[in-house]
Ligand binder design. Structure first.
Ligand code: SIN
Ligand code: FE
Length: 289
């Protein structure tokens, strides 16, 4: 298997220019890499590239859909400038998704936009929260019933430092390896987690399996070392897009990145059978929802 084809390089310098032919690649779980697609900063904004703009207790700075900025340690003009910078990234990231996948437009649901000014290598975390291990995104408190997690990233680093990722094998291989090892789903346990507000809504069998894949991958050091993977240094001034619930990824180093998440129902994809829900249904023979 060639791992080089997990990343598709796209020559575009314009966030809004329509680009045909990328949806099948995206829906196959590949990373769309735009080496020359830069998020431009004004000189005033460039001064916000420092770790202490983030509140110590927050992991990221995020701009909510209602315009409220969370996690920032700055006030006044600086805070307004930070919110405007993140808001402009949101607009450009949404334009890029419309340019790649116009068919998604009516189905997209916008999540908060995040600015990540923290040095990845310095974070101390439990193995389950450690994104330096290859994983697919699945969040214990936020069941999503098969809804997709589509993400746009851009590296803003002012010192030439790349954001270094590892990208792993296709989802089908992950499902075939880790589904047989997954603990069985328990409906009563899912109801208890919801009653205790551990989860924001009912954890479905799909959500359970996705967490089992996430934890199974991160907890298996032999898999982390030996699975098919490629290391990809995303340079400053580049942008990349992937379905992070499907693309196995790990972040090894880097600092200063923007990220926009968009959600859409698996049924709203061009090829729903290519989604994690479609693949897991096929692998398990169960509806999962
Ligand atoms: C992740 O989603 O695992 C982290 C990606 C990053 O911070 O580069
Ligand atoms: Fe992740």
């Amino acid at each position: 298997m060639s791992m080089n084809d997990r990343i598709v390089s796209v020559d575009s310098r314009d966030w809004a220019r329509p680009i045909a032919g990328l949806v099948p690649e995206l829906e196959a779980g590949k990373v769309l890499f735009f080496p020359e697609l830069r998020f431009e900063l004004t000189p005033d904004e460039a001064r916000l590239l420092r770790a202490d703009v983030r509140e110590e207790k927050s992991r990221n700075i995020s701009l909510r859909n209602d315009g409220v900025l969370a996690g920032a340690a700055v006030q006044g003009d600086e805070k307004a400038r930070l919110a405007a910078m993140i808001g402009r990234f949101r607009t450009q990231a949404c334009a890029l998704i419309d340019a790649i996948a116009p068919a998604y437009k009516p189905a997209l649901r916008l999540a908060p936009t995040s600015y990540r000014p923290t040095q990845v290598e310095s974070r101390v975390q439990s193995w389950r929260a450690d994104d330096r291990r290859l994983h697919v995104d699945a969040f214990p408190s936020r069941p999503n019933r098969g809804e997709r997690i589509l993400r746009v990233f851009t590296n803003l680093n002012p010192d030439g430092e790349p954001r270094v990722w590892r990208v792993g094998e296709a989802f089908e291989g992950i499902a075939r390896r880790f589904v047989p090892r997954a603990r069985p789903y328990s409906a009563w346990q899912a109801r208890a987690l919801k009653a205790l507000h551990v989860t924001k809504s009912l954890r479905t069998e799909y959500d359970h399996l996705m967490l089992q894949l996430h934890d199974g991958m991160k907890g298996d050091l032999d898999y982390q070392r030996d699975c098919p993977q490629v290391t990809m240094p995303f340079p400053p001034g580049s942008t990349w897009v992937c379905y992070s619930d499907q693309t196995a990824h790990a972040v090894m180093s880097g600092q200063f990145m923007m990220e926009q998440t968009l959600h859409l129902a698996a049924e709203a994809q061009v090829n729903p059978a290519a989604s994690p829900l479609g693949i897991l249904r096929r692998v398990t023979g169960r509806p999962l929802l």
